[in-house]
Design a protein around this ligand. Structure first.
Ligand code: 13P
Length: 294
């Protein structure tokens, strides 16, 4: 069932759990992620950004393929444009059939972020496509950005932002960062700020940079009101570890077996993560019918 993200996240917000958004950059990953969701009876979000689309996840092939997989799936599936950087990228994604777009104007001045997010929300909503925006800024782990409290989301500003833009979900900066943290580092999250944001906004909140955050942090983030967790680095890593082990155990293994090993490892990783963030066994057929985009 191909649905927009609002449908998935409004349910998660109402019932207090989070849904994974996995950067799924090729057919094997997309299939692994959707199959994992089906086996766990969980809604799921697949996504990629423009950088990934220029390398592997070529949208001309990937979008129709994921839509076809989603239509066949017996759980709600959304395809999100991750970190849309420009009006052109957003319009392309809307035309190509993504069911949610994220507009990321979080490094621009506040007024510009409002203006762009409002414009994209108007465009997308007219087509039944939902919208995520970001306020505050989630940076790169490699730059030590997760520790920079002046990038965190301001609660009063967030209330004003959501009112002014009409976005369906808000990515908040509370201490995580994208990519790989230095060895042994676990981010310290500002759970008080998350509680204040949730109390003030009462809407679906998104955590970027889910990788390397530690299970305890992730559990607390979900309990504190996060409804979507973006995971990229850890999903790739699960495949890399399995592929290396396969190669070591069977140096003559072939391409097909390596690809199948990667797919299996991603599926297992996603199934475990789904259970960690509580979206397993949340799906009902009756509920999904209302959210279908087509
Ligand atoms: P990680 O690679 O840190 O999981 O971040 C993914 C992400 O937030 C994509 O938007």
């Amino acid at each position: 069932m191909y649905v927009n993200m609002k449908y998935i996240l409004d349910n998660a917000n109402r019932d207090g759990y989070a849904v994974m958004a996995v950067n799924s950059v090729n057919m094997e990953m997309a299939r692994a992620v959707i199959e994992a969701a089906e086996e766990e009876h969980s809604p799921i979000i697949l996504q990629f950004g423009v950088g990934q689309m220029s390398k592997l996840a070529h949208p001309t092939e990937m979008v129709p393929m994921i839509k076809a997989m989603a239509e066949r799936a017996n759980v709600p599936v959304c395809l999100n444009l991750d970190h849309g950087p420009s009006l052109e990228a957003e319009i392309d994604a809307i035309k190509m059939g993504f069911s949610n777009v994220m507009i990321d104007a979080s490094s621009l001045p506040y007024e510009e972020n409002v203006k762009r997010s409002r414009m994209i929300a108007d465009l997308a909503h007219a087509k039944g496509i939902s919208v995520e925006a970001e306020l505050g800024h989630v940076g790169q782990a490699a730059d030590g950005d997760g520790k920079t409290a002046d990038m965190y989301t301001n609660v009063e500003q967030a209330v004003e932002f959501v009112k002014a833009t009409g976005v369906d979900a808000l990515a908040v900066a509370i201490g995580t960062a994208h990519g790989k943290y230095p060895e042994g580092y676990v981010p310290v999250l500002d759970f008080n700020r998350l509680a204040e944001l949730k109390a003030a906004l009462k809407m679906p909140l998104v955590l970027h940079g889910g990788s390397g955050s530690g299970e305890e942090n992730i559990r607390k983030a979900v309990a504190g009101g996060i409804n979507k967790i973006n995971v990229c680095t850890d999903a790739f890593h699960a495949a890399e570890v399995a592929m290396k082990a396969k190669w070591e155990a069977e140096p003559n293994t072939d391409y097909l077996n390596i690809m199948m090993t990667a797919e299996k490892a991603i599926k297992e990783f996603v199934r475990n993560y789904i259970r960690l963030i509580g979206s397993n066994n949340r799906y009902t057929f009756e509920a999904a019918d209302n959210g279908s985009k087509e």
